[in-house]
Design a binder for this molecule. Structure first.
Ligand code: ZN
Length: 251
C-alpha cells in the first residue's frame, strides 16, 4: 500500500549535464501554477555542457534530494574514463578543471541510491545505479529484487518513459509524451522524467516531471530553452562540436 507523504510536490529531473539554460527554463516552468516544494535530481548534474558550476549552484539553491550519476563520478575521477566514449571522456576532463572546491565537494558527497518513500531514486537502475540503462520492459522486469521501494525513479537514458517492474500484463508502456499524466496505482513502476540538458528522443526541449504526492500523480513536461546560445557556449569553451550539434537534434 502506497503511503503518500504530506510534503507534496516534487520537481523530478535527471541528466542536467551542465546545461544551465535548460535547467533554468525547467525551474521557471515548474514554478508556475502550484509550483514545487522540493527538487529531485537523478544524477549526471555535470558532463557534456558548458555550465557545470552554475548547474551545481542552481541545485543547491533549492531544497533537494540528489543522487550521483556516471558523469558525476567520471568528473571526480572515481571511475575510469575509458568506460566513456571519447567525447564524453573529453567533456569529463574539461569539466574537471572548472569546478570550485565547493562544487567538487558537493558532487563528492552524493550517494548513488536514495529512498524517499515510496520511491527509490537512482541514476541508472536499481541493480546498477551507475551504468545500467532501463530502456525496455524486459529490463524493468528484472528489477524487483533490487528495489524495496514501491517505485523507482531513474535517469541515464535521456528519454522520458514509464515501465512496469516485474512484468507487463497489458502491453508495454514505454516512452511518454509532453503532458502525459500518470496516476499511481497498485503496479510498481520505473519512471524516467527524461533529460534536462541533453534529450535523446528527437525532441530538443528540456524534459522534467512534477510528482504530486498528495494527488498520487506524475505529470511529464517539455520546455523550450536557448539551444543556440548553449551550443555556442560549448564551441567557445572548446567542447567537442558534435556535443553541441546533438542539442539541436535532441539526439
Ligand atoms: Zn546522462
Amino acid at each position: 500500500m502506497v503511503q503518500w507523504q504530506v510534503m507534496s510536490r516534487c520537481l523530478v529531473t535527471a541528466d542536467l549535464h551542465s546545461n544551465a539554460r535548460a535547467f533554468e527554463a525547467v525551474l521557471a516552468d515548474a514554478a508556475r501554477g502550484k509550483g514545487f516544494d522540493e527538487l529531485w535530481v537523478l544524477g549526471d548534474i555535470v558532463g557534456y555542457g558548458p555550465h557545470p558550476e552554475e548547474c551545481i549552484r542552481l541545485v543547491r539553491d533549492y531544497p533537494h534530494a540528489c543522487v550521483g550519476g556516471n558523469h558525476d563520478l567520471g568528473v571526480l575521477g572515481r571511475i575510469d574514463l575509458e568506460r566513456f566514449n571519447s567525447d564524453a571522456a573529453l567533456a569529463c576532463l574539461w569539466t574537471r578543471g572548472r569546478l570550485s572546491t565547493e562544487a567538487e565537494a558537493f558532487l563528492g558527497a552524493l550517494t548513488l541510491r536514495l529512498e524517499r518513500a515510496p520511491f527509490l531514486l537512482v541514476h541508472g537502475s536499481p541493480r546498477d545505479p551507475v551504468w545500467e540503462y532501463v530502456l525496455s520492459e524486459r529490463v524493468a522486469r528484472d528489477m524487483p529484487p533490487y528495489c524495496e521501494a514501491d517505485h523507482c525513479l531513474v535517469g541515464h537514458t535521456h528519454r522520458a518513459a514509464v515501465y512496469r517492474m516485474g512484468g507487463c500484463p497489458r502491453g508495454s508502456m514505454g516512452a511518454v509524451l509532453n503532458g502525459t499524466v500518470l496516476e499511481f496505482g497498485a503496479e510498481h513502476l520505473i519512471i524516467n522524467p527524461g533529460a534536462v540538458g541533453q534529450p535523446r528522443d528527437g525532441d530538443p526541449r528540456a524534459a522534467y516531471a512534477i510528482l504530486d504526492r498528495e494527488e498520487g500523480t506524475i505529470v511529464f513536461h517539455r520546455v523550450a530553452y536557448d539551444v543556440e546560445g548553449t551550443a555556442e557556449a560549448m564551441l567557445r569553451g572548446g567542447l567537442p562540436e558534435c556535443l553541441a550539434t546533438r542539442l539541436h537534434l535532441g539526439l
